[in-house]
Ligand binder design. Structure first.
Ligand SMILES: [Zn+2]
Length: 138
């Protein structure tokens, strides 16, 4: 990666793997101007997982869409934004493991989200289920 200020080469002075969010944080130093900045490498979920709806249609896994649906379900909580960040990371890590060769059924995504929300806050789970009728157990 090149310097964000002068486009010269950079070297990595520190690197840490963050297990919970499965990303790698790096501190970089510019070899020309001496600027210091951080980068983060993480899985590109949108290009790595496709979601298959019940009618068979495929669409990319949109982490932002998951975030928005969890956020909507947690709006009664004073710590809604912080909670949504953590819950989205938890659901994403779980569905990643449940996907098969990068394909994830939408029902698995919805039920996993509901499970995580149920353990966290029942009111949030009820709100989520109201927007996702496909989570009703069959
Ligand atoms: Zn520079």
């Amino acid at each position: 990666m090149v310097c964000i200020y002068c486009s010269a080469k950079t070297r990595i002075s520190n690197s840490r793997r963050q297990l919970r969010s499965n990303n790698v944080w790096r501190r970089r130093n510019c070899t020309r101007c001496g600027a210091i900045f951080s980068t983060s490498e993480q899985v590109d979920y949108e290009k790595s997982i496709v979601v298959q709806s019940t009618d068979g249609r495929l669409s990319p896994f949109l982490r932002d869409k998951l975030f928005a649906s969890i956020y909507r379900s947690c709006q009664h909580r004073p710590s809604c934004l912080t909670d949504t960040v953590g819950l989205t990371a938890t659901v994403t890590a779980r569905v990643w493991r449940l996907s098969q060769h990068g394909k994830l059924e939408s029902i698995v995504l919805a039920r996993t989200t509901l499970e995580v929300l149920t353990r966290f806050d029942r009111a949030a789970a009820v709100s989520y289920a109201a927007f996702h009728s496909d989570t009703a157990s069959s």
